[in-house]
Design a protein around this ligand. Structure first.
Ligand code: PLP
Length: 392
């Protein structure tokens, strides 16, 4: 295979090496150091928030948010079925119970079904929402592939029923509203908590890492405190709460500061490349590129080809392998979380779109370095393959 186009790889065209070298030379490689603070400042400035805490991963950001939101053993947390499992696992870390509610055509939680679940399946006593005697405490809203969930509708429902909103913006750093009630608000800065990830495949990376913000700056201070083993008195090792080893290291943050410098350029390229792919798939009889929500500017992190299974019934596995043999790395959207072993006995609510999309979405290469020629090749190969499968 002489050609290989990866799905999504990191881009280190900026000051990454310089800052990491600097951190090593200074000897600040662990959880103390100036780059961690600098990364938090740069992110706060970018997102227009007062306070944000850098941590080890998007998963730890989500876990800390649930802790701070007061999710306790036996509580109920509303979660999505069609996303990466890390959005849901922290609910189990708290010994709470997930309820899976369907997505809409943005792949994000469907506010109409969220509302009907609260109205028809729960009891509201004016203070707490109850479902089968359990307290419904929170909803984890994932902004899937950089698409903004319908936050106006979701926040209305959450306010009415006293639900904490935890935004999983791990795929949506830089996505924002361009109109409406939340104009100029970024994904992750609208709900009670917002979580980001800097894993290797995300729009910026620190190797592994994450960050968490909140509409309450004091809550962020407390999250930072919990992430560093909850040292009430750091000199005498006094701990009044159970803490975690979730703090980002200075080495990771050195990478992160360099990546933040490039974030606007990365977003620009992702948006430009999306438009280019869209043209290439325009008029294709067996599929189309999924759109992003209107009234928003998405970071366009991942591109989704929606294969029309009514016209060309294909096995996603077969498509992915055939394209791999042509030197193109693609992937299917996730397996439904409610069908995974640890979750198969949990409650689901009106799942229709999630199982539908689970079987017809193909993610195509979206690295910021991809060239026009490579995108042309990807589109040609995808179209040729689906046409030949339809004819066969
Ligand atoms: C990447 C991702 C996470 C987890 O982030 P990590 O930094 O890998 O722990 C959580 N939720 C979603 C939707 C993700 O894509």
């Amino acid at each position: 295979m002489d050609k290989f186009i990866p799905l999504s790889i990191p881009n280190f065209e900026g000051n990454e090496k310089k800052y990491v070298d600097d951190a090593v030379i200074q000897g600040w490689v662990s959880t103390g150091g100036a780059y961690v603070t600098k990364l938090e400042q740069e992110m706060a400035k970018f997102l227009h928030v007062d306070n944000i805490a850098a941590c080890q991963s998007g998963t730890s950001a989500l876990h800390l948010s649930l802790v701070e939101a007061g999710v306790r053993p036996g509580d109920l947390v509303i979660v999505p079925p069609l996303t990466f499992i890390a959005a849901v696992n922290p609910v189990k870390y708290q010994f709470a119970t997930p309820v899976f509610i369907d997505c809409d055509d943005s792949f994000c939680i469907d506010p109409i079904k969220l509302r009907s679940f609260c109205e028809q399946e729960c009891q509201w006593d004016g203070n707490v929402l109850k479902h089968n005697d359990a307290d419904v405490k929170a909803v984890v809203v994932v902004h899937v592939f950089g698409n903004m969930a319908d936050m106006e509708a979701i926040m209305d429902i959450a306010e009415k029923y006293n639900l904490k909103v935890i935004e999983d913006a791990t795929e949506a750093l830089g996505t924002k509203y361009t109109e409406g009630k939340y104009q100029n608000k970024y994904a992750g800065t609208i709900g009670d908590f917002g979580c980001y990830s800097f894993n290797g495949n995300k729009i910026i990376t620190t190797g592994g890492g994450g960050a968490v913000t909140s509409n309450n700056p004091k809550a962020v201070d407390h999250l930072r405190f919990l992430s560093t083993q909850a040292k009430t008195d750091p000199h005498c090792y006094i701990h009044d709460e159970v803490g975690y080893n979730y703090r980002m290291t200075n080495l990771q943050a050195a990478l992160g500061v360099a990546q933040m410098e490039e974030l606007p350029e990365f977003i620009k390229r992702k948006q430009r490349n999306y438009e280019w792919y869209k043209k290439l798939f325009d008029g294709f009889e067996y599929g189309s590129l999924m759109p992003f929500r209107s009234g928003t500017s998405s970071n366009k992190w991942f591109y989704s080809v929606h294969i029309d299974q009514t016209r060309v019934a294909v096995s996603m596995r077969e498509v992915i392998i055939a394209l791999y043999e042509k030197g193109i790395e693609t992937r299917a959207i996730w397996g439904l979380i409610n069908e995974q072993k640890p979750y198969k006995d949990e409650e689901t609510y009106k799942l229709e779109k999630a199982p539908y999309y689970a079987n017809c979405i193909l993610n195509i290469p979206s690295s910021t370095q991809i060239t026009k020629e490579e995108m042309q090749y990807v589109a040609d190969q995808v179209k040729q393959l689906l046409r030949s499968l339809a004819d066969g």
